[in-house]
Design a protein around this ligand. Structure first.
Ligand SMILES: Cc1cc2nc3c(=O)[nH]c(=O)nc-3n(C[C@H](O)[C@H](O)[C@H](O)COP(=O)(O)O)c2cc1C
Ligand SMILES: Nc1ncnc2c1ncn2[C@@H]1O[C@H](COP(=O)(O)OP(=O)(O)O)[C@@H](O)[C@H]1O
Length: 309
């Protein structure tokens, strides 16, 4: 897969052949997105032309609202999932104010046709401009004027509810990872560097690898979770705590994992945490022994969980 970042307007041709173009922001590359991209891939294979996905460097809402988006996937994670789906070109357009103000006709002529689109594949609720009553996917053929085909993907649901990035973000926040996995089609992941904590872990008998938190990622609520952690390309079962270490009154939120069957020094390395199950909330203990006993129980509970799952 080739990843291409573009600033509007651009003049270079990206491909020799025309392309099937899947359009969307695709945060999470969830099961709804996967269905859309698989369908687009099938068309591309049948026509023997490349599959291109067009997305933006950040969520369009970042430009219009003060509310920060909690991302399910970083751009790197999104690219990895796209590659798994057989995408040939991932085009990331820098979403600027100028870009946001294109009229639907300019969007078709200066963006879609510039990408040499043969067929556009978009979700049923895809929009491409500020006026959603005009700039919607149902009106796209009108602006396309027969120059390309438009395939609209129907809503994908789970128990009657739309599979969507907003509900997945909420489920992550709620710590409902069995649901998140069903909606995403894969376990939720958070990656980052292992940084220093307060060195209390060793003292408690449970050293923890502390994650440098990427502030754009969606985070689960505070508590203890059954997780799997990857370090140096190897996966370990682990118990991961999200919180302020209430017993010690930390000022900053930490995410820290005690890995089972691991005893290496890992500072500075990358780790990826895969989230499976919320086990309990954080507790403020009066004594270290209380905390240690609880962590022993957590270890057993999480080992039991992985035995059965
Ligand atoms: C599985 C697990 C459960 C934990 N539960 C609690 C808890 O209930 N209350 C608390 O104050 N700290 C809890 N902690 C955090 C410990 O206090 C923390 O690991 C310890 O302070 C080490 O901090 P350090 O990484 O800064 O050395 C938990 C940590 C883990 C890994
Ligand atoms: N089983 C393990 N799980 C997590 N980290 C471990 C483990 N064994 C050794 N370590 C190492 O110990 C370090 C954490 O020790 P700890 O006393 O908790 O200090 P701090 O959290 O302040 O960095 C980790 O960064 C890692 O390099």
């Amino acid at each position: 897969m080739k990843t291409i970042t573009l600033n509007y307007p651009w003049d270079k041709e990206l491909t020799d052949k025309s392309v099937v173009l899947a359009v969307g922001f695709f945060d999470g590359v969830h099961r709804g997105h996967q269905k859309l991209i698989n369908d687009a891939k099938a068309i591309a294979l049948e026509k023997n032309i490349p599959l291109m996905v067009m997305t933006f460097n950040h969520h369009p809402q970042e430009l219009f609202s003060k509310n920060k988006i909690s991302y399910i996937t970083t751009n790197e994670e999104k690219a990895l999932e796209m590659e798994k789906l057989g995408v040939d070109y991932l085009v990331i357009i820098n979403f600027t104010r100028e870009f946001s103000q294109l009229s639907p006709q300019e969007y078709v002529d200066n963006v879609l046709l510039k990408l040499k689109v043969d067929t556009v594949v978009a979700g049923f609720d895809y929009t491409y401009g500020p006026d959603k009553s005009v700039d919607n996917v149902q009106n796209l053929p009108k602006f396309a004027k027969g120059k390309f085909k438009v395939k609209v993907e129907p809503k994908q649901t789970f128990y009657g509810e739309k599979i969507g990035s907003t509900s997945i973000r909420q489920a992550i926040k709620n710590g409902n990872f069995p649901l998140v996995k069903k909606l995403l089609g894969y376990p939720y992941k958070i990656s980052g560097e292992i940084v220093h904590g307060y060195r209390r872990g060793h003292q408690l008998g449970f050293p923890t690898a502390n994650l440098k938190i990427n502030p754009i990622k969606a985070l689960p609520k505070e508590g203890v979770y059954a997780t799997r952690v990857k370090i140096d390309n190897k996966w370990y079962e682990a118990m991961t705590n999200v919180g302020y270490n209430d017993t010690f009154d930390n000022k900053e939120l930490t995410i820290e994992a005690n890995l089972f069957d691991f005893s290496e020094e890992a500072y500075g390395k990358q780790m990826t945490i895969e989230w499976y199950k919320f086990m309990r909330g954080e507790i403020k203990f009066d004594s270290l022994d209380g905390l240690i006993d609880q962590m022993k129980r957590d270890e057993q509970d999480i080992k039991d969980y992985f035995q059965d799952n």
